[in-house]
Design a protein around this ligand. Structure first.
Ligand code: PHE
Length: 390
């Protein structure tokens, strides 16, 4: 069922107004239908439970100083999402391949950082913003085009770092890492292990230097989960330009953006990111308010079914576009789309072979229905993506 009118933060949005033949819109129905669900506001849902536990950490350690927002509208301007946080005009994240555009000046926010500037301008100096964020992406067990983030932001005044004898930036960077390590400890119960000392049963984490347009220095925190390093948050010391533009000329600040699903997957042992969207009672009934870290007991896993397809690509081909076509047809029945073969022939034509894994978390799929899905996928890939099936 496709929702046709939606009310978000007092604003009415009609599916038809948003999309009808607007070439600057690339929001498919599968995504539109996720708007307004606000999984992070359900106290019995793993994401809501996690959000509340993080709130507790901040309330306890900062005597309720952090203002909390979890209902800000996910439809924001290009200015809020990109310009206000200094994302360069030619940055890939602005492309139609990476971001959902409602029209040429409006997007589905791709991060909660989109709200930093407005909240600063309103005078907030300590805040947490939780919300659904949207990114066009590939499909696998840890990537879903809608996920949830929590943004944290803290402003310091000069007397705070001057007393320490440190410069403002070093002071903020140190405070930030301490705050987030404390949060990790609060969530995992002292399981941060410092390379190379491995504590048995510990959750392994590491800091990695990185780059964001809005912070400097910038860091990522990664957690080792199922044989992979998972990025769970990005953070750093806020660029002075952002503070200056928003009335905080003489201050220093830190910010972080934390991916709730990834943390929740580790904490609750949830093996597939699609499960967060499940209405199946066998999923939803396993969690209760205030209970962080209940281990999810997988209900029977139905067998996957693999279908391969090969085609000659054209220059405009992108994997994100392919994934969206597949998701548009198969929805959450598609578990993964992976490139399994790639070659270029003597004439310079490039062929890709993709393997699509279909699997339902709720029932077993019949051969017939998978063949039908695959048939539609082949048709649409051919008609929408400008490729030639082999
Ligand atoms: N907005 C960044 C992201 O989504 C995360 C981030 C937030 C990084 C705040 C630094 C500071 O990846």
């Amino acid at each position: 069922p496709v929702i046709s009118v939606l009310e978000l933060g007092g604003v009415k949005i009609a599916r038809d107004d948003v999309v009808r033949d607007d070439p600057t819109n690339n929001v498919p129905d599968t995504i539109f239908s996720k708007l307004g669900l606000q999984l992070h506001r359900r106290d019995q849902h793993p994401l809501g439970i996690l959000k509340n536990t993080i709130y507790d950490y901040f309330d306890t350690n900062y005597s309720n100083k952090f203002d909390k927002f979890d209902e800000l509208c996910p439809i924001v301007s290009v200015k809020q999402n990109f310009d206000d946080v200094l994302v360069p005009a030619d940055h890939v994240s602005r492309s139609y391949n990476d971001t959902y555009y409602v029209d040429s000046q409006t997007v589905l926010r791709c991060h909660t950082s989109a709200h930093q500037a407005e909240l600063l301008r309103k005078g907030h100096t300590h805040f947490l913003v939780t919300g659904d964020v949207y990114r066009r992406d590939s499909i696998d067990s840890t990537h879903y085009p809608v996920f949830h983030q929590m943004e944290g932001f803290r402003v310091f005044s000069p007397d705070e770092w001057e007393a320490s004898g440190m410069d403002g930036t070093s002071f903020a960077a140190e405070d930030l890492k301490k705050c987030l390590e404390g949060l990790a400890t609060h969530l995992f119960g002292l399981l941060l292990y410092v390379d190379p000392v491995k504590i048995s049963g510990a959750v392994e984490m590491r800091w990695v230097d990185t780059y964001f347009p809005f912070t400097n220095p910038s860091f990522e925190l990664e957690i080792y989960f199922k044989e992979k390093w998972l990025e769970v948050l990005g953070c750093g010391v806020t660029e002075q330009e952002i503070l200056k533009r928003n009335g905080k000329l003489n201050n220093v600040a830190w910010a972080f953006g934390l991916g709730l699903e990834r943390l929740a997957m580790v904490l609750f042992d949830i093996p597939d990111i699609r499960l967060f969207w499940s209405d199946d009672e066998r999923f939803t009934s396993q969690f209760s308010k205030g209970q962080l870290g209940t281990k999810f007991k997988p209900f029977s896993r139905y067998p996957p079914c693999y279908k391969d397809m090969s085609f000659w690509i054209s220059e405009s081909f992108t994997e994100n576009n392919l994934c969206e076509v597949v998701r548009g047809i198969a929805g959450d029945l598609v578990e993964e789309v992976s490139l399994i073969d790639n070659f270029t022939n003597k004439k310079g034509m490039t062929s890709h072979c993709y393997r699509i894994s279909y699997r339902s978390m709720e029932r077993s799929l019949t051969d017939e229905e998978i063949n039908d899905l695959q048939m539609s996928v082949r048709e649409q890939v051919q008609s929408k993506l400008n490729v030639v099936l082999r």
